[in-house]
Design a protein around this ligand. Structure first.
Ligand code: PRX
Length: 676
């Protein structure tokens, strides 16, 4: 690695601001290099030092790390500190309250969808609420190792219930509350969850969503499939529906099943606020989180207790350069990995004060983010490129109404950030004073793997820069040969770090096939990547059949399966098309049965089908009639050609392997110019 800018003084680079360097945890590039070297050359000692900050019922002894990444040998596995005993919840709550005397410190400023709905939760209050919920879950029959599905909006009860699971050794499986009933049901069935935690409903902006109705439909779906494992459904009454006679209350009908349903208030509020934590093995499961898979069926990514604790805690501390007087805000939803690692576990492990936000960026006005930053004096802010691009559209005026001088570090995650959005974030939001940390990682990596450190790394807009401690990235070509220096190819990792996934829940074969089979000896991210002359990494996007819509990974196969379920569809092929706000969007080609016409009604039906099967995030943007799809002589759909048509690229590349080249001409002549 060389100091950026040395070889090319013309290149646009941003040096860390002096004032941050004064008391930063990693104050300069040399400190980064020294720590990085140690983390790679002496990983056992490096992680043992990190582990010392935490409470161990039985401390780590013996080998810190055991693993096999080579799929050609017996079974891929990763184990950190196996044999040590601890509890995640104890470390992120009791340790803060009892040992570090942070009981009175604010853990969360909760800000509801409607301004004016807010709550302040200190560390001791959080501990008590979590213990109550843990006792209630036990009362409902939940034991160590059981899986609990959580389908909740961004309300404090979401944090209470996930930490309650962690406390009693149950494995949480959080499903983003924007997913459809079928998606929820599939996740519940795959993990065989015993309990479902949900809410009566929620407002997202002005839209009312009846979560209990969706939950009921999901359980009904499980029953129809003959695999209803959920015995109890714990239902939170959302604050928005608490006031009797209130208009919004009356709009919501809460369907109730007396055999199974229990109101949160009735069992949790009356439960004891003390609960002895279950001491777990370092390698016991902590949670399952589903992520799209290229075959269409979501994968249950499994994370375990201790490695995830160490990794989320350390990345949070260094990547946001966390200090005790910070107010940190990550705008993600806890239903995604960003929320798990950087709203719940990482910040709490550091005793941080965070904003927990239920709403959306543009409700009730387009300055909502900036208003919240001013209100809580947020110093570290973490959001997604799609949100930045959305807010950019409204110009600088909404920003100018608020005081953003508290900001120190800005972060981004979820998809490649285009330099224009990066520069706007840096200049308009950060007033040129705040480094932008572009963090590359995945549900599977547990925490940041390629990322700048705010006081140590010179920044290049659009690059996730350099590896975090313990992470060894490589770039391979198609033949699996490692490329040195400036290069472009497959991004893989040579060695595990503590936060990497331990498996696909209940499916070792899929774990090995998806991540380790293509290049034995490496973890394969599925992303393309370029390394520049300074050793900086630039993510070039997915190289499998996945696409990234507003920072959410979707599988084209899953959307195709949903479209094909419609009785009018004979065949469907879905590709990605660039989108100015969402990054990428869905362009769907459908071949209809019996010469059906693709009229407005059918388009709406197809969109509804996808929303029902997956959720609103997967709603197609473009739907084009395809009398036939371009296929090779062996019948394989040539997606490369469809992608070019969707993007309106004139050069369609080599078409010689097509069975019938005329198909392409027809598709070109019927291209969609406007969104459906
Ligand atoms: O393609 C990469 C993209 O998001 C994928 C991971 O998605 P998911 O598991 O849902 O986790 C998202 C939040 C961590 C990656 O394979 N991605 C994520 N962060 C970046 C990114 N692409 C470019 N730059 C990033 N900073």
């Amino acid at each position: 690695m060389v100091v950026p800018g040395q070889q090319d003084p013309e290149e646009k680079i941003f040096l860390p601001p002096e004032d941050l360097r004064a008391n930063a945890h990693v104050p300069d590039f040399n400190s980064y290099l020294t720590l990085y070297k140690q983390s790679i050359e002496e990983p056992e000692e490096f992680w043992r030092n990190v582990a010392e900050e935490f409470y161990w019922q039985e401390p780590p002894s013996g080998q810190m790390l055991q693993y096999n990444f080579d799929v050609t040998k017996d079974g891929v596995y990763i184990k950190f500190m196996e044999g040590a005993k601890t509890n995640m919840c104890y470390n992120v709550l009791d340790r803060n309250v009892l040992d570090l005397k942070l009981g009175e410190k604010v853990a969360y400023h909760w800000e509801g969808n409607s301004p004016g709905h807010r709550l302040t939760i200190t560390y001791s209050q959080l501990l008590k609420q979590v213990c109550r919920c843990a006792n209630a879950l036990k009362q409902l029959g939940v034991k160590k190792g059981d899986r609990v599905a959580i389908y909740l909006p961004m309300i404090p009860e979401l944090v209470y219930s996930m930490l309650a699971c962690a406390r009693i050794g149950a494995v949480h499986s959080i499903v983003f509350a924007g997913f459809s009933s079928e998606s929820l049901a599939e996740r519940i069935m795959d993990a065989q969850c015993n309990v479902l935690v949900t809410a009566d409903g929620v407002y997202r902006g002005e839209k009312l969503i009846n979560l209990k109705q969706i939950s009921n439909e999901a359980l009904e779906y499980c029953r129809e499939k003959g695999s209803l494992t959920v015995q109890k459904c714990l239902v939170v009454k959302h604050y928005a529906f608490r006031i009797n006679g209130n208009d919004t209350c009356n709009k919501l009908q809460t369907p109730w099943n007396a055999d199974c349903d229990v109101w949160w208030d009735e069992v949790v509020e009356s439960a004891s606020d003390e609960c002895i934590p279950e001491w777990l093995d370092a390698e016991d499961p902590l949670f399952i989180l589903y992520t799209s898979g290229s075959t269409g069926k979501p994968k249950g990514v499994l994370h375990t207790v201790a490695g995830y604790l160490l990794y989320t805690s350390l990345t949070f501390k260094y990547v946001f350069d966390h200090h005790h007087d910070d107010v940190y805000w990550c705008t993600a939803d806890i239903g995604w990995i960003t929320g798990h690692s950087y709203i719940t576990y990482g910040p709490l492990a550091n005793g941080a004060t965070s904003v927990l936000f239920e709403g959306i960026p543009v409700y009730p006005h387009v300055g909502r983010f900036w208003e919240i930053i001013e209100k809580y004096r947020v110093s570290k802010f973490y959001t997604a490129p799609t949100a930045i691009r959305l807010l950019m559209k409204y110009g600088r005026e909404p920003l100018q109404k608020f005081d953003l001088s508290s900001l120190r570090v800005l972060g981004t995650v979820g998809e490649p950030i285009n330099p224009e959005a990066w520069l706007w974030y840096h200049d308009a939001v950060g007033h040129g004073r705040c480094p932008v940390v572009d963090t590359f990682w995945q549900t599977e990596t547990g925490g940041h793997v390629l990322t700048p450190l705010p006081a140590a790394t010179a920044l290049k807009p659009g690059s996730a820069t350099l590896p975090f401690f313990g992470v060894l990235p490589c770039i391979l070509n198609e033949h699996g040969e490692e490329l040195e220096g400036e290069a472009e190819g497959y991004l893989v990792f040579r060695k595990p770090w503590p936060g990497i996934m331990r498996g696909v829940y209940g499916n070792q074969e899929r774990f090995e096939n998806t991540y380790f089979k293509k290049f034995p000896g490496f973890y394969v991210t599925g992303d393309g990547c370029r390394r520049d002359k300074d050793g900086y990494y630039w993510i070039t996007g997915r190289i499998d059949d996945m696409l990234n819509v507003s920072g959410h990974l979707l599988s084209t196969a899953e959307v195709e399966a949903a479209l094909s379920e419609h009785s009018a569809v004979a065949e469907a092929a879905v590709v990605s098309r660039p989108h100015t706000v969402k990054g990428e969007c869905l362009y769907c080609f459908v071949t209809l049965k019996d010469c059906r016409e693709l009229n407005h009604t059918l388009m709406e039906e197809l969109k509804r089908k996808v929303r029902e099967k997956i959720g609103p995030i997967a709603t197609p943007d473009f739907i084009q009639n395809a009398p036939a799809l371009p296929k090779t002589r062996s019948g394989k759909i040539m997606r490369r050609v469809l992608r070019q048509i969707a993007r309106n690229e004139k050069d369609l590349g080599d078409l010689s392997t097509l069975a019938d080249p005329k198909v392409v001409e027809v598709l070109l002549s019927q291209r969609c110019e406007a969104a459906a």
